[in-house]
Every structure is written in structure tokens, then in C-alpha cells.
Design a protein around this ligand. Structure first.
Ligand code: SF4
Length: 180
């Protein structure tokens, strides 16, 4: 690994934080990582906007206007942008709503679904606008690498990051790659 501390930022867009949890499964290896890298925006810090970073890890696809803004901000500030997990790579589970008109989804969730009380569709102007479809992140910005899996295993994160931090082109062994 190099002497220089690299900056890593992470964010969850339309995801479940499962990829972040899997990242944390590197367990005590995070101490080794902290010796060579520091975190900018991530659930581990209280940083609201991504600063200039070496590596940006994106979990989740793009389902609303705020996701688009955040993703573009990461692309502007991160030298290397990584699509982490099925949701970021192809939309994943949230993209199942793409088969149903948005009005029907909103109606089921807020108007006439089971257990709905005080039916009304939220319309606060501060809420981000929903996109008609959930999009994989490569449809919005250029992506440099993808880590497949739902979620990728901790060993995938570790192998990928230690390769990058050592200045090597990341190579994931076949046995680490899975798509479920
Ligand atoms: Fe969650 Fe799987 Fe999507 Fe990761 S890929 S955010 S674990 S649903």
C-alpha cells in the first residue's frame, strides 16, 4: 500500500444499506484500511456533501431527483466511481416498480393499499421528485468499476480496495464474483 492516505466516499441512493453493511463486514480489517485511507461523505461521518475524493462507492440505483443530484456530485468529485451491488448496477429490487405505472405505485402506497390511514399522496415541495423509472447509475454518469452481488461480499470490497490502494488494477477472483 502507498504512504499517502486516499479519500473514500460512500453513499446509498435507492438502496437498502445492505451493501454498506457488507462493507463493514471487513471487520477488524477496517483498522488496516484506516491506516491508508480516510472517509469523506459516508454513514461513518457527518459530512453532507462529497468533497474531492479518490474513490466513490455508490450503493443503490436512481429513483428521484435528489439521487440524480447526489450521483452527479460524486462523479464531479471522485476520481474513480464504483457501482456497488445489483441496485447500482441494474436498478435491483427497487426497479421492480418499473413494471407498474408510477401513479399505481403511489396509489397502492398512500391511498388504497392495505393498512393505509389518512390517505393522501405526500406533496411537500421539499420532497425530491420521483422519477418515472428507477435507473441504474451508469445511465446517469460514467462508471469506472462495478462490484456485483446483492450485496458484494466483504472480501470483494477488501480485494477491490486493497488492489486500488496498492496502485494495482483491481482483479476479482472468479470465486468471489456472484450475482445474488
Ligand atoms: Fe441492498 Fe442488495 Fe441493493 Fe445492495 S444490491 S442495496 S444489498 S438490495
Amino acid at each position: 500500500m502507498t504512504d499517502k492516505k486516499l479519500k473514500i466516499a460512500t453513499v446509498s441512493l435507492a438502496g437498502c444499506f445492505g451493501c454498506h453493511m457488507s462493507f463493514l463486514d471487513i471487520d477488524e480489517r477496517i483498522m488496516e484500511l484506516a491506516e491508508v485511507a480516510e472517509f469523506d461523505r459516508s454513514p461513518l461521518t457527518d459530512i453532507e456533501h462529497c468533497g474531492d475524493c479518490d474513490i466513490g462507492l455508490i450503493e443503490g440505483g436512481v429513483c428521484n431527483s435528489e439521487n440524480v443530484h447526489t450521483l452527479r456530485e460524486f462523479r464531479r468529485h471522485c476520481k474513480i466511481l464504483v457501482a456497488v451491488g445489483a441496485c447500482a448496477i441494474n436498478g435491483g429490487l427497487p426497479a421492480y416498480r418499473n413494471y407498474i405505472p408510477l401513479e399505481e405505485c403511489l396509489g397502492e402506497s398512500y391511498l388504497d393499499g392495505i393498512g393505509v390511514e389518512n390517505p393522501q399522496i405526500p406533496s411537500d415541495p421539499e420532497l425530491p421528485l420521483l422519477l418515472n423509472k428507477v435507473r441504474p447509475i451508469h445511465e446517469i454518469v460514467k462508471i469506472d468499476y462495478s462490484l456485483p452481488g446483492c450485496p458484494p461480499s466483504a472480501d470483494v470490497f477488501w480485494k477491490f480496495l486493497t488492489d486500488l490502494l496498492a496502485g494495482r488494477e483491481p482483479v476479482l477472483p472468479y470465486e468471489l464474483i456472484h450475482y445474488d
